[in-house]
Design a protein around this ligand. Structure first.
Ligand code: NCD
Ligand code: ZN
Ligand code: ZN
Length: 419
């Protein structure tokens, strides 16, 4: 099929290296058919699926099962993350690596209740001792073990002990507003964990990747480590770039996400980090929950929102706002993630030919985000009504047009990608 690209910008296929499709385990929230359908609609040719499914991707057998589960539903190509669960699966890291896991995620300090862990990790009583906080020694062992693979060790950086302590204090004060949430999960909680992660990575020779960075402090710590020459990388998400605590009044609990959206000064620090290359990846952290689950008290609702379909549109908008250039857009959404995760030039390079991954962008097109037009199962988005300048107008996966002018193919044709 021919696509006329006159007047359009042609990019190497955009990718989202951080999505949670809840498949298997919580497919009432989302599944891989819908998340990758939404990905194609949003101009993405590749996604990386996070491992906190139920069962999780914690050993090689589950890795292979997950490829079998996801491939028939995939509208775009995909890679799989593996999870690090301390001593429970430290002996599985090498085989997960050899099987083709793209990288390793560690939920370091994640103040969740046992119930959430039950869902995320198929919690069993014998897992009692892996509920955060993890002991530093156990964490350090994981840094060393993943270092042997040469792949990124990616951390969800929130200091659980500090969060539990401060959240309890603010709860006792009776406050339940967004400001209280931020007092319970302060910038310091991210910074202290990133700092420890950097120290461990320097010593163990680990390629540390900091997931969903939300603070200026975090950016500055990563900048310093990079300047010292360490292979430390980071990603951020549109919600940290476009939203701040001030938006809670308008958007409400739907914007609850971990780590939480912080302050305007953090927005600015993150844009600066992007401009300087300290933050080299833009991703969505697509983490759907149903509308019913998200409608309620800020304290008790789950964290996470949809984002896979709005990632590229929001980053394209940043070009129109003059925050980044088209060239930087291509790096943030394609070549840099592909290189970082070892799938370049298989992905992330501008190929010419019948098997190319391409995203076509029309910077002149104006588009408003309407939540009910989203293709994901859940439509929980903070961006309903956002008016954007520029839009992806075609998604081509290995030569096959999966999306054209907003119309998405119903036939899955995605394949697993391995480094
Ligand atoms: C994610 C989820 O729900 O799986 N939630 C979130 O708020 N970001 C987990 C995560 O990415 O840490
Ligand atoms: Zn996370
Ligand atoms: Zn996530």
């Amino acid at each position: 099929e021919e696509t006329d690209a006159t007047g359009l910008h042609v990019f190497p296929g955009f990718m989202d290296v951080h999505i949670h499709s809840r498949d298997p385990g919580a497919t009432h929230k989302e599944d891989f058919y819908h998340s990758t359908w939404a990905a194609a609609a949003g101009g993405l040719t590749t996604v990386f699926e996070m491992p906190n499914t139920n069962p999780p991707v914690n050993h090689v057998e589950n890795f292979h099962k997950q490829v079998e589960n996801l491939q028939p539903k995939a509208h775009v190509d995909f890679a799989l993350w593996a999870i690090c669960l301390g001593h429970l699966n430290i002996n599985e890291i090498q085989s997960l690596h050899e099987a083709g896991a793209v990288a390793f995620k560690f939920f370091w300090g994640y103040a969740v209740h046992k119930k959430t862990y039950q869902l995320m990790y198929n919690y069993k009583p014998e897992m009692e001792d892996v509920i955060p906080p993890f002991q530093d020694g156990e964490v350090y062992d994981m840094f060393q073990e993943v270092a042997k693979t040469g792949k990124p060790f990616a951390i969800h950086a929130e200091n659980n002990e500090l969060i539990q302590h401060l959240t309890q204090k603010v709860e006792e004060s009776g406050r339940r507003d967004y400001g209280a949430l931020l007092q319970g999960r302060p910038n310091l909680a991210e910074a202290t964990t990133i700092q420890t992660g950097i120290s461990f990575a320097k010593d163990a020779g680990t390629r540390l990747h900091v997931l969903h960075v939300s603070t200026e402090e975090g950016v500055e710590l990563i900048r310093q480590a990079q300047q010292e020459g360490y292979p430390i990388t980071s990603e951020t998400c549109p919600h940290f770039l476009y939203l701040s605590n001030k938006d809670f009044e308008k958007i409400g609990p739907h914007m609850k996400v971990y780590p939480p959206v912080k302050y305007e000064k953090d927005q600015n620090g993150l844009w600066k980090g992007i401009a300087d290359g300290v933050v080299s990846v833009a991703c969505s952290d697509h983490a759907p929950h149903t509308e019913e689950e998200k409608d309620g008290d800020l304290w008790s609702i789950p964290a996470g929102m949809c984002g896979v379909e709005t990632l590229a549109p929001l980053m394209i908008h940043a070009v129109s706002e003059g925050r980044i250039t088209p060239y930087e857009l291509g790096k943030l959404l394609s070549s840099q993630p592909a290189r970082l995760f070892g799938i370049y030039p298989q992905k992330g390079s501008l190929q010419i030919g019948t098997d190319a991954d391409l995203t076509l962008v029309d910077f002149k097109r104006q588009k408003t985000i309407h939540k009910h037009e989203l293709h994901s199962k859940s439509k929980v988005t903070p961006y309903d009504g956002f008016q954007l300048q520029g839009a992806p107008v075609a998604t081509i996966v290995r030569g096959t047009t999966m999306m054209k002018d907003g119309a998405v193919t119903e036939e899955p044709a995605g394949r697993v990608v391995k480094p």
